[in-house]
Design a protein. Structure first.
Length: 414
């Protein structure tokens, strides 16, 4: 970590908390009030992680509030709308109130996002000062987490043990070049030409088929096995196994088996010297290296040769080695790389944080220290922006972005 006077860290921590307080609605945290004025699933998991050491009750409430939007299928929606305004597409496009499996008391989207929540629950349990409060929270969240994990198994479009995303929005990395080829294969003439036309068209298809898992699995034209989504699922399966034995007092084995199944499928289906997304409908890997390809590094049991290859790719001039402010979200030398466009180049605090976890798990101390120091440098210089230019650190997207603030708190708390 950078040698910094403690006063800097204290000021940065206060600024991060002020952002989270300003974005707090009383029951959950908006990612950013102007642009994202509702509750997002992945964002809430990161917020809970960031608050875990400071405020166990609020960290737990963040996740419990998200679960009020959970569907009877176990699906945790990517957006829970706490009012009807301010974001497109909003409740009138998703129409969750017309779906029998959706909850009656909440309006939600009909898609999901990476299942980081069990890991966030475990993080709260591990870091809470008030152990009793944390244990009570875990027991309350447990049925929702179990249902979420069961739901993900129903999304195995490829039939080999991975969950397939049905929309770029489900990845949390919306504009990533990993979706370019599957989006290009959508039926021309019916879905428009631009990416955003296609996003909308895909969402309408999901809605018009009742968001049924069988439709997602068998018919929906976009089905992609993403290494980041599945790496996060694997991480959460490990967390479920630990929570099962440490807190809930149930058999951890089903979750250990699930982790092993996902690990095997990641290696069989997505590994080709690096991890790539697989377009299930075209049955081929999408040949572009993105930040998503490092997701499986989060697994403590990934084979050593795989971790060594990923580490050397990450440190090479394709990613960290040529960026002053790592980690770029797409390989710098790929034709698709764009230093300013969402998920096609900029560095994000969330993926930096996940990679710093991966480095810690594999004992890669120098890499971890570099990631922590460069991430803190980004927010010190640019503020809690949504993402950052990987060459000069300029902030992009909205300001006072919750997960950037929350994960800064965690990094400062170590
Ligand atoms: C669509 C809220 C979300 C994040 C995603 C990020 C972006 C939404 C958008 O914002 O996605 O869900 O409007 O682009 O890509 O990771 O959860 O912060």
């Amino acid at each position: 970590m950078e040698g910094r006077p403690a006063v800097d860290d204290a000021a940065l921590g206060r600024a991060a908390l002020a952002v989270l307080d300003a974005n707090w609605t009383g029951t959950s945290t908006m990612p950013a009030p102007g642009i994202y004025p509702h509750q997002w699933s992945l964002d809430s998991a990161f917020v809970a992680i960031g608050l875990a050491r400071r405020d166990t009750a609020r960290a737990g409430q963040e996740l419990l509030s998200l679960f009020t939007g959970q569907w009877r299928t176990g699906m945790v929606p990517h957006i829970v709308f706490h009012h009807s305004d301010g974001y497109f597409p909003g409740p009138s496009m998703w129409r969750s109130e017309e779906v029998p499996d959706a909850p009656r008391g909440a309006l939600t989207s009909g898609l999901t996002q990476p299942p980081l929540h069990a890991y966030a629950a475990w993080w709260i349990w591990r870091h809470a000062a008030d152990r009793e409060l944390a244990a009570r929270f875990v027991r309350r969240a447990w049925p929702s987490l179990v249902a979420q994990h069961a739901y993900l198994r129903s999304r195995d479009a490829g039939g080999h043990g991975l969950a397939a995303i049905a929309h770029p929005w489900e990845s949390g990395m919306d504009d990533s070049p990993a979706w370019d080829a599957p989006l290009a294969n959508l039926p021309a003439g019916r879905c428009g030409t631009g990416y955003h036309d296609r996003y909308f068209w895909l969402a309408v298809q999901c809605r018009d088929h009742g968001y049924a898992p069988s439709y997602f699995r068998e018919e929906h034209p976009f089905a992609v096995e993403d290494p980041m989504f599945n790496g996060i699922w694997l991480l959460s399966c490990d967390a479920m196994a630990r929570l099962a034995s440490e807190v809930v007092g149930v058999d951890p084995e089903p979750f250990q088996e699930a982790a092993a199944r996902i690990r095997g499928a990641l290696l069989d289906r997505l590994w080709n010297g690096a991890f790539y997304a697989r377009d299930v409908r075209a049955d081929r890997l999408v040949p572009v290296c993105t930040i998503g390809g490092f997701g499986p590094m989060l697994d403590p049991e990934m084979p050593h040769h795989v971790i060594a290859a990923l580490t050397s790719l990450l440190e090479s001039t394709k990613f960290m080695g040529a960026a002053g402010y790592p980690v770029p979200s797409c390989e710098i030398r790929a034709p698709e790389f764009d230093r300013a466009q969402y998920w096609r180049g900029p560095s994000w605090i969330s993926t930096n944080w996940l990679l710093s976890q991966a480095a810690a798990v594999h004992g890669l101390d120098r890499l971890r220290e570099l990631l922590v120091a460069s991430t803190l440098r980004l927010v010190r210089q640019g503020g809690f922006r949504e993402c950052f230019d990987p060459f000069d650190g300029t902030g992009h997207g909205c300001r006072d972005f919750s997960w950037s603030a929350a994960l800064t708190l965690d990094l400062l708390g170590r």
